[in-house]
Design a protein. Structure first.
Length: 346
């Protein structure tokens, strides 16, 4: 029944029918009317209790789930098969609980992502200033320029925190512009080697890893440089951590495939590490996927938080592009394709 009113009406009708039947039995038998009335009342109460228990069970479940949600547990759900007003309320409650769980999960992931990204310029700036204070390097223009570059990077990340809050609505503004790819990528790689640290904040420098950049002559692209910086920095960082001793990490950049829009870009980051098993090539872009075969090798591997590749995928998705693990005879090859124009733009 789709209405509580109908259920209550059916309960009244059933109780009257039971009482009438008992009276008829009493009139056509030698049984006393008092005994028949007692049995009719007991039968009506049992029927009422049975129906009332089923009608109020979802309400009791919602009360328990609401108390659990007040304590921070958003996984509780209400199970009901009724199609009346209480059933509709239970369905609405489950949708609300799912939305709250998603919002709480997003908040935690957002904090983790922001913390992960802020560690890069802070660690780099700290290392440069520490070297200057200890007298390891002189406060010469090139060293101070490296510190200034990381300070600018930190300022841009802080400015984007307000933009990241719009992720709750599924909308993040991208400042897409045309830029020269070679000087941009050279700046990204230079920033990663300012202090020898990676974007995960590793404290040990991988001086044995060589970074190579291969860019098609005169290549330009249309994308958000700040978001693309996140992609390249995290991919190169991940490749460096899992490279063997005296390994090489190569970054390739060329125009998109034939037929792509002007400004399209295809990036590839290749290392000489153990590679990624085929069954893990999709899962590797999930958050907190650390401790697998993809993160267990390389003298620079520290386990990490498993956020680097997840952040890269998030930034690529914002551009409407794709990121995947491509086939490679040696090591791991991550391929990024950007369309050259953002979704919704002409």
């Amino acid at each position: 029944m789709r209405s509580i009113k109908a259920k209550l009406g059916a309960l009244v009708i059933a109780s009257v029918c039971i009482s009438t039947l008992m009276v008829v039995v009493a009139l056509n038998s030698s049984t006393q009317i008092q005994i028949i009335m007692v049995f009719s009342v007991v039968a009506s109460l049992l029927l009422t209790q049975l129906l009332a228990h089923g009608m109020t069970a979802p309400l009791r479940d919602m009360t328990a789930a609401a108390r659990a949600m007040a304590s921070g547990d958003y996984t509780r759900r209400v199970r009901t098969s009724s199609r009346d007003e209480v059933g509709e309320l239970a369905d609405t409650f489950n949708r609300m609980a799912a939305d709250l769980e998603a919002a709480d999960r997003h908040r935690r992931e957002l904090i983790a992502n922001v913390s992960h990204e802020l560690r890069t310029p802070i660690a780099a700036l700290h290392a440069v200033l520490e070297n200057v204070v200890d007298g390891v390097v002189r406060p010469e223009p090139q060293n101070l320029a490296a510190a200034l570059e990381q300070t600018d990077r930190l300022g841009r990340l802080v400015a984007h925190l307000l933009d990241l809050s719009r992720l709750d609505n599924g909308v993040v503004p991208l400042d897409a512009k045309e830029f020269e790819v070679e000087p941009f990528l050279a700046g990204v790689l230079r920033g990663l080697t300012v202090d020898g640290s990676t974007s995960a904040g590793a404290s040990r420098r991988r001086t044995d890893v060589t970074l190579e950049l291969h860019v098609a002559p005169g290549l330009s692209a249309v994308a958000d440089p700040e978001r693309l910086h996140q992609v390249v920095a995290n991919l190169v960082d991940n490749a460096c951590k899992h490279s063997p001793e005296n390994g090489t990490v190569s970054v390739f950049a060329q125009a998109g495939d034939l037929g792509s829009a002007p400004g399209s870009l295809r990036l590839e980051v290749l290392d000489q590490g153990p590679g990624i098993p085929e069954e893990d090539r999709v899962k590797v872009f999930e958050r907190f996927r650390s401790g697998t075969a993809t993160t267990a090798a390389g003298p620079g591997s520290d386990g990490g938080t498993g956020l680097g590749l997840a952040i890269a995928r998030w930034a690529v998705d914002l551009h409407g592009g794709t990121i995947r693990v491509a086939e490679s005879p040696v090591g791991c090859r991550i391929q990024v394709t950007l369309p050259g124009s953002l979704p919704g733009q002409d």
